[in-house]
Design a protein around this ligand. Structure first.
Ligand SMILES: [Zn+2]
Length: 248
């Protein structure tokens, strides 16, 4: 048995329980990734892994999510000064172009399965992620990544672009800064509505250097999992990462 750290239900451990994207909690349907986000957030905020129902109510702590899963967003809202944001609807947050008033605003930011979809250069998104944080604030980040040497950008010169249908297939039509039109056919989409085109395949090393270049400190890859809460990793990649803005 494991206990869900989001809804507190007990579920049977099966081989699927420890797979990143399988809905393995019998009540709320959380996956190991979603439980790991809360596990990582708890360790960073409280120094240990608490179930979400045991998080102290801390209205002075402000947080923001980027298209967070509503299953934990609703509970984070009860405990923190927390807002979930979206790219396509209010309340909006575009990590490529943040409003100056949000700078230094948040003690934590959660961004799970977002940065692989952000248009290049992705370094802008990392810098803005750090800018959202208060001094010493923490970012909890998940993205799919591999163990290859470098992050692979699928469309490095992307400037002005749109998705268009050509002969029944979705293609990406891009106009480079020099005015050259390019059509890309081999697109990878991740499930869900909106802008879910995969822009890159991160590498672990590439991610760590993006965090460091953006001015983060204490970059930590949460490799261990937490079987009590049904969090474990059959593969050594795509693990949750936390990183902090420097303390003042
Ligand atoms: Zn659950």
């Amino acid at each position: 048995m494991f206990r869900c750290n989001i809804c507190a239900a007990r579920s049977d451990v099966t081989p699927q329980t420890f797979q990143r994207e399988v809905a393995s909690c019998s009540r709320c349907g959380s996956s190991a990734r979603l439980r790991a986000v809360i596990d990582a957030l708890s360790r960073e905020l409280f120094g240990r892994s608490l179930a979400l129902s045991d998080f102290p109510v801390s209205r002075h702590v402000s947080g923001v999510g980027m298209s967070d899963w509503e299953g934990y967003a609703v509970r984070l809202r009860e405990r923190f000064d927390y807002v979930n944001t979206f790219y396509h609807q209010e309340p909006r947050l575009d990590i490529c172009d943040i409003e100056p008033r949000l700078e230094g605003r948040y003690d934590f930011v959660i961004t799970s399965e977002v940065f692989e979809h952000v248009p290049p250069p992705v370094s802008t998104a990392f810098v803005n992620l750090r800018r959202l944080l208060s001094p010493g604030g923490v970012a909890v980040v998940t993205v799919p990544y591999g163990l290859q040497d470098e992050t692979v950008e699928h469309f490095p010169d992307l400037h002005d672009y749109e998705l268009v249908t050509e002969e029944g297939r979705t293609v990406l039509r891009s106009v480079t800064r020099s005015g050259e039109v390019r059509i890309f056919h081999d697109l990878v989409f991740h499930g869900g509505p909106g802008e879910t085109l995969e822009m890159r395949r991160f590498s672990e090393r590439g991610l760590v250097s993006e965090f460091e270049r953006a001015g983060f400190v204490d970059v930590h890859i949460h490799r261990d999992g937490n079987p009590v809460y049904g969090i474990g990793w059959p593969e050594p990649w795509s693990l949750p990462i936390t990183a902090r803005a420097p303390a003042r």
